[in-house]
Design a protein around this ligand. Structure first.
Ligand SMILES: Nc1ncnc2c1ncn2[C@@H]1O[C@H](COP(=O)(O)OP(=O)(O)OP(=O)(O)O)[C@@H](O)[C@H]1O
Length: 476
């Protein structure tokens, strides 16, 4: 049998439940028969004669499954079921009933019993129901373990970075997580916005609810609308059945609107309404759907600027920006880079079943000076490749992509001097940097700066930049 993915991932941890079954019946012959069936199926069977005994036994042996008659003296099965469930909500209870009391059993199912058997049942039937009850317990246990694993992963302690700028981010996450406030996370691509969003969710009272992500720029407008709000059967050609949207799926959880700046104006209006009223209609539908959803939005665009240019609604912007969190780009937290390098090198080495390679100080320097336009994601990719390609050491020569595009020196603006002098200083640095980037090639440099070659030569002369960047493939 092919095991489900979560089973495979959890491995041995998965079967954490015991194999105890408590059999409760006032008739000795039934107890005997069930005991034999359970024992042969490999379970550890225990016996009780009435509801009262069942409660006492449950406390003592903590069975995973209980199979119990409804009609019994002293305390009947239904009452015992209610009481046991109050203290042990996870135990799977199978109720047994004679023909006349099926209605009661159905009622018990509604209240959470796992299944019922109509007496007399044959041995196979009993065995199958028992098996299913144990399987359900195991699945529940696995889901709980998985949820626990995911929640642990998204704890602040697992986010890399000790820099002051990241401390600010953690503080904001800690403050906003317990609330229902809408959060707007800004930051460059790959800087960790989604990670922060998940961490907020997993530290919020909604942690047991869903975390649903939508990439607002991923689909054309019409499709995006039905993706967000769902559709009714026949809403458009191809809508063969009703489909819930992401807002509905995120009920009692968190909806993460990634790339929110990409939403078209009509969808911005719709989103605004949901934010204000927490209700909407499915595409092609008239029924108003109410949802309890916490919104976290993220963008790598400058939304304020988009508002000024009339590309993003101002009212929506303010609705989203109730609590803004800015995740700084990696180059602004250089002190965290060694931590990231250490973390990723270990992780990828473990994944590839290799020794953890040594990162030379020169390579580390390069990591610190590179400008990381793709941020943490880019650093992770570079390190993954380097770990696979390296033979024990990661040096500058193993990082060809970084060498040629290594960080250009920052432009320093002089603090004193006349405007003319300051501009000259800045211009000199800009030209020196461009020459270096093009390895001294003046045609390319002039093109990049959009000035004539003559003007460039003149400035090189004026600033004494004659040999700037002429060496081949220079890093430093
Ligand atoms: N501080 C961090 N600690 C550990 N891992 C991180 C950190 N920041 C980012 N990462 C990892 O880097 C990758 C990119 O992060 P994430 O997807 O959260 O970025 P993003 O800003 O949402 O990107 P995009 O804007 O492209 O959607 C992920 O694998 C994430 O787990």
């Amino acid at each position: 049998m092919l095991l489900p993915w979560y089973y495979q991932r959890l491995g041995a941890k998965a079967v954490a439940i015991n194999n105890r079954v408590l059999i409760v019946d006032d008739e000795l012959s039934v107890r005997r028969l069930l005991f034999e069936v359970a024992r042969r199926a490999g379970y550890e069977a225990f016996l009780a004669e009435n509801g009262q005994e069942a409660i006492e036994q449950t406390k003592e042996i903590k069975p995973a499954v209980i199979i119990m008659d409804i009609k019994m003296p002293v305390m009947d099965g239904l009452e015992a079921f209610e009481r046991i469930r109050a203290d042990y909500p996870d135990v799977a209870v199978i109720l047994m009933t004679a023909h006349g009391t099926v209605d009661t059993a159905v009622e018990a199912m509604k209240r959470g019993a796992f299944d019922y058997l109509v007496k007399p049942s044959n041995v196979t039937e009993v065995r199958i129901v028992l098996e299913r009850a144990f399987q359900m317990r195991r699945l529940r246990e696995e889901v709980a373990a998985l949820r626990h694993e995911v929640q642990n992963k998204y704890q602040l302690g697992n986010i890399i970075g000790k820099s002051a700028v990241m401390q600010q981010v953690y503080k904001a996450v800690g403050r906003v997580a317990p609330t229902n406030a809408t959060v707007l996370i800004t930051g460059e691509s790959g800087s960790g916005k989604e990670l922060i969003a998940k961490t907020i969710h997993n530290n919020s009272p909604r942690r047991d609810g869903p975390f649903i992500k939508v990439n607002c720029g991923a689909l054309p407008e019409g499709l995006m609308e039905s993706e967000l709000f769902g559709y009714e059967k026949g809403a458009f050609t191809g809508a063969v059945g009703r489909k819930p949207g992401r807002f509905e799926l995120a009920h009692q959880g968190t909806l993460f609107l990634d790339e929110v700046g990409e939403l078209t104006p009509p969808l911005q209006v719709k989103l605004l309404r949901v934010l204000q009223e927490r209700e909407f209609e499915r595409v092609g539908g008239t029924e108003t759907i109410k949802v309890d959803v916490r919104i976290i939005a993220a963008t790598n665009r400058n939304l304020e600027d988009m508002v000024h240019k009339g590309l993003f609604r101002e009212d929506l912007y303010y609705r989203l920006k109730v609590v803004p969190i800015h995740v700084p780009p990696l180059r602004e937290r250089v002190e965290d880079i060694p931590l990231f390098v250490d973390y990723f090198v270990r992780r990828f080495a473990a994944e590839a079943h290799r020794e953890v390679p040594y990162v030379t100080p020169e390579a580390m320097e390069l990591f610190k000076r590179y400008h990381w336009p793709g941020n943490v994601r880019e650093l992770a990719n570079v390190l993954e490749r380097a770990v696979i390609m390296s033979s024990g050491v990661i040096g500058v020569q193993d990082l060809p992509g970084l060498s040629t595009t290594a960080a250009s020196p920052a432009i320093v603006i002089p603090e004193t001097g006349t405007l003319r002098e300051i501009l000259h200083q800045v211009e000199k640095q800009v030209i020196a940097r461009a020459l270096k980037a093009h390895h001294g090639n003046r045609v390319k440099t002039a093109q990049a700066l959009d000035i004539s070659r003559r003007a460039l030569l003149y400035k090189i002369e004026e600033y004494g930049l004659g040999r700037e960047g002429e060496e081949e493939g220079v890093v430093e």
